[in-house]
Design a protein around this ligand. Sequence first.
Ligand code: HEM
Ligand SMILES: [Cu+2]
Length: 538
Amino acid sequence: MSSPVKLPGQHYLNAAYGIKSWLLTTDHKRIAWLYLASITLFFFVGGFFAVLIRLELMTPQGDLVEAETYNKLFTMHGLFMIFFFLIPSIPAVLGNFLVPMMIGAPDLAFPRLNLASWYIYIAGATLALVAAVTGGVDTGWTFYTPYSSIYSNTNVVLAALGIFITGFSSILTGINFIVTIHKMRAPGLTWFRLPLFIWAHYATSIIMVLGTPVLAVTIVLVAIERIFRIGFFDPALGGDPVLFQHLFWFYSHPAVYIMILPGMGVISELVTCFSRKRIFGYSFVAFSSLAIAVVGFLVWGHHMFVSSQSVYASMIFSILSFVVAVPSAIKVFNWTATLYKGSISLQTPMLYALGFIGLFTIGGMTGLALAALGLDVHVHDTYFVVAHFHYIMVGGMVMAYLGGLHFWWPKMTGRMYPEWWGRLSALIIFVGFNLAFFPQFLLGYLGMPRRYHAYPEEFQVLNVMSSAGASILGIGYLIPMIYFIWSMRYGAQAGPNPWQAKGLEWQTPSPPPTENFPITPVVTEDAYAYSQEEAAVV
Ligand code: HEM
Ligand SMILES: [Cu+2]
């Protein structure tokens, strides 16, 4: 580590004091903190339900909770994790902090709208929380009709309203990012010099803006059917239940890319920095984000292979699903090629990046297996599917989020986290994750259906393994929480650029001043001008 550095005297964190200065801030960096605090809270709410699920599944009889309670547990778990943690995690926290910084801008294009987005998010999440504690919802996070619109007598409308409202937060954030990236780039920062993190957020924003309204409309239709008994989805009222699935997955498949694309953006940054090499095939990685955003809208029917959809439709959706895997595979290929002959240092963020690449690959390959009609019919609605999406969303997205948080922590706080603890918890998370979710592939393949709270005895060993892994994973998530808080006060001072990374965000003090850059930077070279000869990171 270079000679001791001093925190700057004035920075965005001490520019103003008091709760009000936070709740009324329009500084994108402070808003990132508001999101960080709130999504962490909802991550633990979702995690709490996961603990209860895994406890219930320790024994075949399912004797911890009633069947109805179990239905509520997995519904609330999925709801909170998807809508209030995963979708906002990287864009709203790291994206908010970094999009302006990485393009040399003083803030997002619409700072007040940015703050409004957070309040909208909080309002929506609060309603969902009220729905959870005042009786819960038992429809599954997918809200399939006509159960959700007619039969369920739980808080469907309240939870749906919460999600509806939160959707506006997503849309407004997307618009803010798109306008900012178009209009506020520093002089010399052409499109093909942008960091890949920015390309990923640009593509994500397109999906947010185009996809979210479809979900909003769908939710409104469910509410209308429930409240006024006007038939859209219930056959008894002249509706079509499969129509709901079309509308729902037309949003929710692209939404899985809202969840994973920003993570891919993070991984691109980490892989180049910690192998001290330019990313291999920059423009392929950049365009693959856009390709995913476009093709991702064409594959929703792979969730409906067993829904009575025509076999020809299923064949088309199957083929298109294989197509959408191509841009993802391009990214994995390019990261691997970047690593090849790089001078790799295994700092904590890099451990997360390597973990992401491995786990995302498993998630992606099993996704291809599911996209194959014959196999999907066999494992549909089994634990195989649960394992697949957890490999993508927890093994992929949560890994990327934690890797990014470690990487940019020194920029956000001006202080380092303890490296040894960082590596240890990355390792614990990796081991715990695999023990928790790999057995679920086997369970699913052997025929254990998802969403059941009791099961035949022969599935117990694998379920106990999974629950044990989940406990280890939980511990792995708690450790960074503790040392991050510790490091805010006691961590070593980081200096502007502890990783000797390229990119504009590293050219300003840590923590940055409110206006980000004292003098507007001018960009003269392409992104990632790393060279292996430069001093290696400590
Ligand atoms: C320790 C961590 C976790 C554990 C132990 C866990 C456990 C589970 C289990 C057992 C189910 C299946 C419930 C069922 O269908 O019977 C499930 C479903 C699900 N989980 Fe997780 N999970 C964890 C973390 C996460 C995270 C971080 C996310 C998202 C970011 C997530 C998203 C989901 C979703 C979307 C479902 C599907 C819910 C449904 O379709 O009903 N999980 N989880
Ligand atoms: Cu899908």
